[in-house]
Design a protein around this ligand. Sequence first.
Ligand code: ADP
Ligand code: ZN
Length: 446
Amino acid sequence: MIYPELPHDVNSPTHPVSAMDFMPVPLLRELQLHRLQSTVKYAYERVPLFRKRCDEQGVKPEHIKTLADIKLLPFMKKTDLRDEYPMGLRGASMDEVVRFHCSSGTTGKPICIPNTASDIEVWKNGVMRCLAMYGIRAGDVLQVSYGYGLFTGGLGLHYGGEGLGCAVLPISGGNTERQVMLMRDLGVTAIACTPSYFLRIIDEAKRQGVDFRKDTNLKHGIFGAEPWTNEMRQNIERETGIIAHDIYGLTEISGPGVAGGCQHSDGLHIWEDHFYPEIIDPDTLEPLPDGEVGELVFTTISRCGTPMIRYRTRDLTRLYTETCKCGRTMRVMDRISARSDDMLIIHGVNVFPGQIEACLLRVPEVAPHYQIVLSSTDTLDLFEIKVEVTPEAFSDNIRHLEDLRKRVLDNVKSIIGLTPKIILVGPGTLPRSEGKIRRVIDNRRK
Ligand code: ADP
Ligand code: ZN
């Protein structure tokens, strides 16, 4: 790929950071095929489990002649990473490994991912391209309030921000009082954290009497690492006047910056020159056509430390059929509002927490803080939703609150078809998070 003449506007095909985003599709497909073929060959030679599975399925690296041939290859799952813990899926030799990351273990025992120096570059490049797409530039002050350490959020945004020339504030999560103080004092223009932690920061700003619009320079929020709905995005933007951008990624595939939200659509561009996406039916494992919702599967086509081939993310989404108005050729996926592990079966009905979040936040008097509590008696599942009322709407007027409770219930009922017990609670009552939040408490007998 020959880069066009540089530099000027970062958010255009003429800037080196964003140039790949606008690559002509035939060239992109050619590059993907070339990288897929070399990754498969590399993994076949170096990762015993992958070679064994390929041999069992009678597939050899030379059988991959087109991108569609990817469907011949075996899948990888999180359980493979656990079974091969700590480093059974490592492709690079130890003298090439420069860093380990572990997934945060939201859904079980952590897994370990060795990264080489070139993996870190690919990852950083993905984050830089997201930030550039959001309109962030050198001169912006980026507060990184994701956790630093084994979790990829902090270091991912850190390297990406520095790479783009931002002034990075590596504050990590926690100590929320200081987060608000430094945000004001340093003129922070962009913050990166989980959406749920930003809600906590909003609370703290209110407590300190800080108005985001008047007292801070904050313009961008870079939110990810957990599912959040469009309704949550609108709520945050209304409350603070910032633009809430979506950033997606996972430790197994690199970290944040695998895909990022674009202002021209509701979805996220996937940096598919590095991360090749497929959508499959999670039951039949057959690839689904663009437009259909299924499980997102990634093949890393330029990573060496831990090459991941057809990795089942368990995240549910669809790929858009139409191209994006911004001109980027990289495919767009819907925001991830659920992972398949999060699905709740309540009274025989499949419910995702995101559906409940969307229903709740459509009621203006409801604050973006809620908890779903499930418990069981001998015969019955009990389904409760605790939800905070905004300070403005909170009152002693029982009739007023009862009317609000009924409206919340009607909203939930009309969408999910179940009748939970709605419990309205006062502002600041429910737990807040400093990283990934847990909003479902499932005490049912398994
Ligand atoms: P863990 O699986 O332990 O949470 P990670 O910290 O690597 O591991 O988190 C990756 C997961 O976080 C993704 O698979 C996805 O479920 C979720 N995630 C990351 N970014 C987003 C996002 N922008 N929107 C929704 N979910 C996200
Ligand atoms: Zn776009």
